[in-house]
Structures are given as structure tokens and as C-alpha cells.
Design a protein around this ligand. Structure first.
Ligand code: ATP
Ligand code: MG
Length: 447
């Protein structure tokens, strides 16, 4: 993309309404624009990152054997009356009436709708196990929408639902989700710690929340510092293996890590004092096992091997896709702007032309742009007629992890400058080598 042809409405001023750094930076970098309280338009740069996050979530869900689909945002109130949650959900649910006087609602979550689909089409234990998921907009009429996309009213969520014959199978599905979530967050450059949590209005027995540590987090958390040394890394997991998933769950949940809802001082005191930590965290996901709560209420049964009708065991599992943008920025920024992890960056690198209009500089930038594009990378070329200082400031603000700077002086010696946004280290090298380095960083083989 050439910046002169892109739509990147960066703001010079720091918006007064934004209280936390991720919200400020998303507004300043031209990623979002508030449409009304807690509801945002996703401008091109923000939309690009949102799509990257969504893609990682999809890839990791499919890798775990879960099946993508799409359910609507508007739901009939009937199903919610069946489950008993129409009245229980309260003012967070946005209720609307259609022209025929039928009660509808903008879905805050999808347990009812998916259970209805399941009971309409699945009748035998032979069709299990089954895990379906979608990535769809949700609406919760939060009393205090704030912090930009972190606590919106309309927000994008991945929600997945497992259907299993036995509690044992459903617990395997729970463990499988935990493993897939660990991988998902790590690919986004995040450390999200599974913590024992409280099940809230969804109901259920087993639940973990995934928290990203950040000063601006809304949850108070208590944990054993050893937990932050754990990395999932690039280990290969067989998601069908009960033992392998169980082992990962044990590894990542055996140390003390809880939100304030489940915090237990006596238990916490057993952690050696020098490892006890109290901090704040951002909830980026949650997994639940809730047994037969919805299948009992809504008659979702299957015939077991003996022909008896039994209610299925279920769980639901959510990732806050749009909230993740805020969480990533909270975890990765400096005074000059965002620092995108390579896994989610909107463009792979920036190209800054120090002297637009200079024949050689222009040609060198075009050549770099062409070569990077040809190997499947997406550079953002700042080809505007602007001062170098302004170009650097924009690149730093929008946070591309790598920048190639091209100017007449370097070109005389046959070099360009490659700069890491994170470390600010710069290196002069010939353009071909800069391309090879960037290709290697993104795992692209070049001849
Ligand atoms: P919270 O406690 O933050 O209100 P929740 O526990 O009610 O969230 P879940 O039902 O577990 O939310 O939804 C799954 C995920 O969706 C959460 O882990 C969170 O990342 C995200 N999420 C929930 N509410 C919002 C919101 N208002 N804005 C943005 N993301 C949200
Ligand atoms: Mg939650």
C-alpha cells in the first residue's frame, strides 16, 4: 500500500476522552472512530488488525478440530424464554420488537441458538463429539462502556460450543480449548494466563479466564510468579489425545492464579512469599464446562449406545476478538506509539522515502516495494511529500515492527537502513539483504 493512496486519518492531538493508552493510540493512529457510546467504526488500519486477529483465531480453532459456522446477531426471544435467561439476563440485553410485535434481541452470546440447532439436527451419540464455533458481533448494553474497544457495547467475539456424550468427553473438550487458546494468544505476541474464575450468568462448574497482565486491566489478579515463565512455544499437540491435552492443562493451571472472584487468601499464603504477586489483568477469553444446564432446559438429547435418550454435556468458550486489539496495545507500546507483534501487524514493514521526488530514492523505494510485494509481503510505503520527521512519527505511531529508510546519502554507498520498532536498533545494509532479513522474520523462504 502506498500511503498517499491509503486512508489513515492520524490525529495530532491526544483525544481528551480516552483514559487509557490503547484507546488513545487507536484513535490517534486512525484505527477506530466512535459511532456512539461503546460502538465503533473500524477504519482501514484497525480493520486490518482485527482481521489478522480473527484469522489467527480461526486457524487455531480449526487446528483443534472445531468447526466454523455463522449465526445471526438478531435472535428470537422465544429460545431465551425456554432457557429461562430472557428474564434473568437483565438490562444488559438489548431488546427490540419487530413490525409484527415479536420480541427479538441482539445476541449477547449464543448458547440458546446453538442448542436449538443441535437439537434439530443431531439425534445420536454417533454424531458426537461435536464442537461448533463462530466469530460474530455481540451486543451487551454495558452500564459503563469505556476504554474504547476493551469494554464496548458492540464487540466481536469468537464463541464456541462443545457437545459431548459424557462429562469425561466434555472435559476433554474443555482441556482442548485451553490448549488451543494458549497457542492462539502466543501467536499474537501475548502472554494470557489461565486463571480459575467464577462462572457468572452463563452458569457452570469449571471455568478459567485468560488474563493479560496490564496496569489498566479491570480485574484484580493473584498469582504465583512462576507461571509467567511458562511458554507454550511451538510444541506439537495431538488435540484428540486426552492425555496430552490434560498434561498441558495441568502444567498451566497447577500454580496459584486466580481472579478476585475466586481468590482465597489461605491458599495464596501457601505460595512462597517471594513468588506471590498481586496485579491487574485484562480478560481476553474464558472457557466453561456447564454440563447439561442448557440441554436439560431445551431438550437437547441424543440416543446413547443402548438407545436411551440422554442430555448432552456442553461447554462454551469465548475469545474477545475486538478487545484483543486493546490488550495487545496495552502490552506493547512506548511513548511514540504502538509496537505491533509480527503476528498481527497491519503491514509487515514500512518504507520511508527521505527525499520524495529524488529520482534515485524514488526508484529504490519502488524496487523495494515491488520485491517485498512479489514475495507475498505487504509493505506500507510512505511516498508522501513530507518531512522525514513527520514520516518517522507516523510510522512510530502506527507501530509497524520494521522500517526500511531510503535516502540519497545511503544509496550513494549502496545501502538502506533497517530499523526495529521495538529495540530501535538500526542497521545499514544493501536493499537485497534488507528484503532477505524481513522475509526471514516472517518465515518466507527466498532464493
Ligand atoms: P467481562 O467480565 O469483561 O464483562 P465477560 O466475562 O462477561 O466479560 P464472556 O461472556 O466471558 O465475558 O465473553 C468472552 C470474552 O468476550 C471475554 O473474555 C472478553 O474478552 C470479551 N468481552 C466481554 N465483554 C466485552 C465487552 N463489553 N467489550 C469487549 N469485549 C468483551
Ligand atoms: Mg468472561
Amino acid at each position: 500500500m502506498r500511503l498517499s493512496r491509503y486512508f489513515l486519518p492520524v490525529l495530532k492531538e491526544t483525544p481528551a476522552e480516552a483514559q487509557i493508552v490503547s484507546h488513545r493510540l487507536m484513535l490517534r493512529a486512525g484505527m477506530i472512530k466512535q459511532a456512539s457510546a461503546g460502538i465503533y467504526s473500524w477504519l482501514p488500519l484497525g480493520y486490518k488488525v482485527l482481521r489478522n486477529i480473527e484469522t489467527i483465531v480461526h486457524e487455531e480453532q480449526v487446528r483443534a478440530g472445531h468447526i466454523p459456522m455463522l449465526m445471526p446477531t438478531l435472535q428470537s426471544a422465544e429460545l431465551w424464554k425456554e432457557s429461562g435467561r430472557y428474564d434473568a439476563y437483565g438490562p444488559e440485553m438489548l431488546r427490540v420488537r419487530d413490525r409484527h410485535g415479536r420480541d427479538m434481541l441482539y445476541g449477547p452470546t449464543n448458547e440458546e441458538l446453538i442448542t436449538d440447532i443441535f437439537r434439530s439436527h443431531v439425534g445420536s451419540y454417533k454424531d458426537l463429539p461435536l464442537t461448533l464455533y463462530h466469530i460474530q458481533w455481540k451486543f451487551r448494553d454495558e452500564i459503563r462502556p469505556r476504554f474504547g474497544v476493551m469494554r464496548g457495547r458492540e464487540f466481536l467475539m469468537k464463541d464456541g460450543y462443545n457437545f459431548d456424550l459424557t462429562k469425561e468427553d466434555a472435559l476433554h473438550a474443555y482441556n482442548r480449548h485451553l490448549v488451543s487458546y494458549l497457542r492462539t494468544y502466543e501467536r499474537m505476541g501475548l502472554q494470557a494466563i489461565p486463571m480459575r474464575a467464577d462462572s457468572g450468568p452463563i452458569g457452570g462448574d469449571d471455568t478459567h479466564e485468560f488474563l493479560v497482565l496490564a496496569e489498566t486491566g479491570e480485574s484484580e489478579v493473584f498469582y504465583d510468579s512462576e507461571i509467567t515463565d511458562l511458554k507454550f512455544g511451538d510444541r506439537e499437540i495431538d488435540y484428540d489425545s486426552v492425555d496430552q491435552c490434560q498434561a498441558v492443562l495441568e502444567e498451566f493451571t497447577s500454580r496459584y492464579a486466580r481472579t478476585d472472584e475466586t481468590h482465597d487468601e489461605a491458599e495464596f499464603a501457601k505460595v512462597p512469599e517471594e513468588r506471590r504477586r498481586t496485579a491487574r489483568g485484562i480478560e481476553v477469553g474464558q472457557i466453561f464446562y456447564f454440563g447439561t444446564k442448557y440441554s436439560d432446559a431445551m431438550g437437547a438429547t441424543v440416543a446413547d449406545a443402548e438407545g436411551n435418550k440422554v442430555p448432552v454435556h456442553m461447554g462454551s468458550h469465548g475469545i474477545g476478538v475486538s478487545r484483543l486489539l486493546g490488550a495487545i496495545i496495552e502490552a506493547s507500546h512506548d511513548d511514540n506509539g504502538i509496537i505491533w507483534p509480527e503476528g498481527v501487524t497491519p503491514f509487515h514493514c514500512g518504507i520511508v522515502n527521505l527525499k520524495q521526488g529524488d529520482e534515485e530514492a524514488d526508484a529504490a523505494c519502488e524496487a523495494l516495494y515491488g520485491s517485498l510485494t512479489a514475495i507475498g509481503l505487504e509493505p506500507l510505503y510512505d511516498d508522501r511529500n513530507e518531512r522525514a520527521g513527520g514520516k518517522f512519527a507516523t510510522m512510530d505511531l502506527i507501530g509497524l515492527p520494521w522500517r526500511i529508510t531510503v535516502g540519497p546519502r545511503g544509496l550513494k554507498n549502496g545501502v538502506v537502513e533497517l530499523t526495529s520498532r521495538r529495540t530501535v536498533d538500526s542497521e545499514e545494509l544493501p536493499p537485497e539483504q534488507a528484503i532477505a532479513r524481513i522475509a526471514a522474520i516472517y518465515g518466507i523462504a527466498t532464493a
